[in-house]
Design a binder for this molecule. Structure first.
Ligand code: CDP
Ligand code: MG
Length: 660
């Protein structure tokens, strides 16, 4: 055992509400294949239960605990290894995308739900595990929802994965929807940890109203509210729920200083911050949602649900009586805040998840046991996209390419680009780009106008060194220049580039390159020759994954997308191509930002010939055909019928092409 010291925080643990339930809990896990555990935030579910099971003999295997959020997986693993007196990464470790801090000795493993899905791909029976704990189930993240379904399905199937029937599954949730979870797992027992909380008074301050529904004015009101609380309320720290990114929230403030934590809804349940007496609730959350106007997932600021608001208020009553100030009014609460949040599975793109399910042998992805089934049209559009990327064939079976694609923790289009580049022998150009697109934005935009000008000049210099105006090569250029400079960190400082972000891009690049190497070593990986310039090679590779994001210039500076939605988009001011619109014709783009206008970001000019043969794929399959694919195996006859129909469509398509 890697004990570094006497178990560190042991003296605090008996104070947690879960402590009295220790024996009963361990017994409940022993007696049930499925168990739902619920209790107030801070009662000790996440940090203590895995330790109890560890001490009780760990149910014959590793203990895996999933979290919807990376930050939670990492901080909780740190906390638990510290409490047990172990070195992080040995007996207690964590794994999140691009960061594996575990070893062969790891017994308690915290990980994101996405990582657990990946583990199931590699080992469907989860043979190394004795217990799997799906934590924060009430958040209803896409991956956790899929894991819930898989656990249920595998268990029903019993024998086919010999180990799965004795695997213990624990679902942990804040005090929401526990009955629904229990019913989903055949009315399994619900273990409730009695809470110990203090009353919280709730005030509707009515500072924003219906006209602020778009989320434009709330930040100012929140700031005023916080200043008010600070000047008029007695001692106690303030927790502010906004939609921005989390900062350093765990440091205790010096004596006589009030701490004010500004956090997203991560602080509602995933993390516990001590000392909070006041909560200021903006009423908004930033979440990923499928925008049908754009036809893709977009980050949007939307009102939170009533149950989320209750969770937020509850954070003020952890250590003493508290107060919650809601900047909105009763009318806003009644009219604009839904009772429950729509689960992610019902509002975002399912493409990666559906491919994962297919790779796990779940052919009928419509009748999979979802806790809340996504709308059929979302499943169909995921299948359609998988077909467009050649990840599945017409019968809905995963192709060789699909099996390669599922191994990358990246969006499918980007994976397609990487694999295409590897086939053409130019992956060293694309790996850095895939890595840079996987980390936070590397370009610093300082607030001060003069500094901002300086930063822009530096960035423009890098762009012009990169040769052609193109945001993808610009990223490549930053990556390469930084890597080859004598002191990468000072190079970043001089050029207004985030060193921390580029540093993680270096690490991501080498991990992606390992996955790619493994795939290339498989015997049936085929390669091709390319004739043409490096710039053409580069841009044609991009087209193989971004032909779903093609736009053509229409009137003035605007472009029109070619995905069937025909949306009008503009190039975002952060792009190297901003202001150059008049010289462009066809472009591809990485993502879309919706404000008053629709902006495309990370843009590259292309030629129509490069996407000409790919674009018809966007319209080739219709939903009706794919629903057959999804429901049952398609017969040869049907395929023949379909193919003749397609030949007809292709003819029609050619006629359309000549008119473009
Ligand atoms: O999962 P649940 O919300 O029931 O509680 P937990 O996350 O296991 O937290 C139990 C206690 O551990 C909290 O009351 C916190 O005081 C403490 N904790 C901490 O100090 N630092 C962490 N990173 C996690 C928990
Ligand atoms: Mg927890």
């Amino acid at each position: 055992l890697s004990r570094t010291s006497r178990p560190a925080a042991a003296e605090n643990m008996p104070r947690l509400p879960i402590y009295q339930q220790k024996e009963r809990l361990v017994e409940a896990v022993r007696c049930n294949a499925f168990l739902v555990v619920t209790g107030e935030t801070g009662s000790g579910k996440t940090t203590q239960l895995p330790q109890y099971l560890f001490q009780a003999g760990r149910e014959g295997g590793k203990i895996g605990v999933t979290q919807p959020r990376r930050v939670a997986a990492i901080t909780v693993a740190q906390r638990v290894s510290h409490e047990m007196g172990f070195t992080l990464g040995r007996e207690v470790g964590y794994q999140v995308r691009f960061d594996d801090c575990t070893s062969k000795d790891t017994v308690i493993k915290y990980m994101t739900d996405g990582c657990m899905l990946r583990e199931i791909l590699a080992d469907p029976g989860l043979t190394q595990y004795g217990v799997v704990i799906l934590d924060e189930a009430h958040e209803r993240s896409l991956n956790t929802d899929v894991l819930l379904g898989l656990m249920k399905k595998n268990h029903c199937r019993g024998g086919s994965h010999s180990r799965s029937s004795s695997l213990k599954v624990i679902v942990m949730s804040a005090t929401l929807e526990t009955e629904k979870l229990s019913a989903f797992f055949g009315r399994c027992p619900v273990f409730t940890i009695p809470g110990r909380t203090f009353p919280v008074s709730e005030q509707f301050c009515n500072l924003i109203g219906p006209k602020d529904i778009d989320g434009s004015g709330y930040v100012k009101e929140v700031v005023n509210m916080v200043l008010d609380v600070h000047t008029s309320e007695t001692a106690g720290d303030i927790l502010v729920f906004l939609t921005d990114q989390q900062r350093q929230i765990f440091q205790p403030p010096p004596a006589g200083v009030r701490k004010c934590v500004v956090a997203t809804n991560i602080a509602a349940t995933s993390l516990t911050i001590s000392g909070i007496r006041y909560v200021v609730d903006s009423g908004f959350v930033k979440q990923l949602a499928h925008n049908s106007r754009v036809g893709m997932d977009v980050l949007e600021i939307v009102p939170i649900s009533k149950s989320e608001a209750e969770q937020r208020a509850g954070r003020a009553g952890r250590t003493s009586e508290g107060k919650c100030f809601r900047i909105y009014g009763r009318e806003f609460w009644e009219k604009y805040m839904p009772d429950y949040m729509v689960p992610e599975i019902q509002r975002t793109s399912l493409t990666s998840v559906i491919l994962t399910l297919k790779c796990l042998g779940v052919h009928d992805v419509i009748r999979f046991p979802y806790l809340d089934a996504p709308e059929e049209r979302f499943i169909l559009s995921a299948l359609k996209q998988l077909y467009q990327f050649d990840a599945i064939d017409r019968r809905g079976h995963v192709t060789e390419l699909g099996r390669q694609m599922v191994q990358f923790p990246l969006p499918l289009g980007l994976t397609r680009v990487l694999l295409r580049a590897a086939a053409l022998g130019c992956e060293e150009l694309m790996l850095p780009i895939a890595a840079m697109l996987s980390v936070e934005n590397v370009f610093i935009r300082p607030g001060h106008p003069e500094k901002q000008k300086e930063a822009e000049t530096k960035h423009r210099e890098i762009a012009s060194d990169a040769g052609k105006n193109n945001d993808f090569t610009m990223m490549l250029s930053v990556f390469e220049k930084c890597k080859s400079s004598e002191s990468p960190s000072s190079w970043c400082r001089e050029n207004w580039i985030h060193w921390r972000a580029v540093k993680s891009a270096f690490s991501v690049e080498s991990q992606l390159s390992e996955i790619l190497l493994r795939i290339k070593q498989q015997r049936d990986f085929s390669t091709e020759e390319f004739e043409g310039s490096q710039s053409e090679l580069f841009r044609q590779c991009l087209c193989s994954g971004y032909f779903t994001n093609v736009a053509r210039r229409s009137i003035g500076k605007s472009f029109c997308t070619m995905d069937g939605h025909g949306s009008t988009v503009h190039i975002h001011p952060s792009s190297a191509l901003f202001g150059e619109e008049s010289q462009l014709d066809w472009i591809i783009f990485h993502d879309v930002l919706v404000t008053s206008r629709m902006y495309v970001r990370t843009v590259c000019p292309i030629r129509y010939e490069w996407v000409k043969d790919l674009l018809p794929k966007l319209h080739e399959v219709d939903a009706y055909e794919l629903s057959n694919v999804a429901r049952e195996e398609v017969t040869e006859e049907e395929v023949a019928k379909w193919e003749s129909k397609e030949a007809f469509k292709r003819q029609m398509g050619d006629q359309c092409d000549s008119s473009i």
